[in-house]
Write a protein that binds this ligand. Structure first.
Ligand code: ZN
Length: 297
């Protein structure tokens, strides 16, 4: 059967709302990189349509996450005028070596430091280490960029959103050496139960994505059981990581209820109780979505 590349139907609305604390709603880059040849065309939804669908099923708001200069500016600008959106800004760990090679990493970090002072930018992310995609020669730039992002988060009292792929030990070592910001989030948590204990001991948040529903992800479900409830967050990382049973189709914030319901069922708890706890955690990390006036154009 051919894979269905259209957006899945709306799930049943949540009774108690939650936030998607990590998503990418910016339009895909239209640069002639050749990426557009990778597989069949994906249905594209405008971010306002995405947010409307999310609201209709109880996903109250999102943190829109940047990964390079352009997407970070986009996040900060849209969040300034959209009450359902807050922004996170950063140079992604796989982008850092590219900027560095072009001699533009310091300049890019300066843009992030400036964006960090904008009113509805509430987090620095996604930053961290990725040893899966970045080979050895790019890692010095990755470390330098990660450390700079930690300092920007601390200087502005912002949360830190960490991207950690195949780099658990080095991410933890760096956080402990440089000093983690007060609110530190492992986005798309990918560690096991033992690492969840380390996060718990340090008061670091663990944000679970659709990956926790994947069949072979026993390590994530172990971590979910061990993570203190007050350190739990939930996210989609849309358009990636669509939860089971919708894998292969595009992901979106309105699909968050699937992951939340899976987590509640795995933990043997009530969906609304878990949603209330996660919403309170999310507002502690990022502040409230509607606390500041939205800038008029
Ligand atoms: Zn992401």
């Amino acid at each position: 059967m051919p894979t269905d590349h259209s957006y899945p139907p709306l799930p049943e609305p949540l009774v108690v709302g939650v936030y998607d604390n990590h998503t990418h709603l910016d339009p895909p880059p239209s640069k002639g990189s050749g990426d557009e040849n990778e597989g069949p065309e994906r249905e594209v939804l405008d971010y306002l349509e995405q947010l409307d669908r999310a609201s209709s099923v109880g996903v109250r708001g999102v943190v829109q996450v940047g990964g390079d200069v352009e997407s970070s500016i986009w996040a900060a600008e849209q969040a300034a005028r959209e009450p359902r959106m807050l922004a996170a800004v950063a140079i992604h760990p796989n982008e850092a070596p590219r900027y560095d090679e072009a001699g533009q990493l310091d300049e890019a970090l300066a843009v992030i430091a400036e964006l960090a002072t904008r009113p509805r930018v509430r987090a620095i992310g996604e930053t961290g280490l990725d040893f899966f995609r970045t080979p050895q020669e790019g890692r010095a730039a990755q470390f330098r960029s990660f450390e700079a992002h930690i300092e920007i988060a601390k200087a502005n009292g912002l949360a830190l959103q960490i991207h950690d792929r195949d780099a658990h030990d080095d991410v933890i070592e760096t956080l402990l050496r440089v000093g983690a910001p007060e609110r530190t989030v492992f986005h798309c948590y990918s560690g096991d139960g033992a690492m969840a204990r380390i996060c718990a001991d340090n008061g670091w948040y663990m944000s679970f994505a659709g990956t926790v529903t994947f069949k072979n992800a026993e390590n994530l479900r172990d971590a979910l059981e061990i993570a203190p409830r007050q350190l739990l967050l939930v996210e989609t990382d849309a358009p990636f990581l669509t939860p089971t049973p919708l894998r292969g189709r595009p992901n979106a914030p309105y699909l968050l209820p699937h992951t939340l319901r899976f987590m509640a069922s795995h933990l043997g708890t009530d969906v609304s109780m878990l949603a209330a706890q996660i919403t309170s955690n999310t507002e502690l990390v990022y502040g409230t979505w509607d606390s500041e006036p939205v800038t008029a154009e």
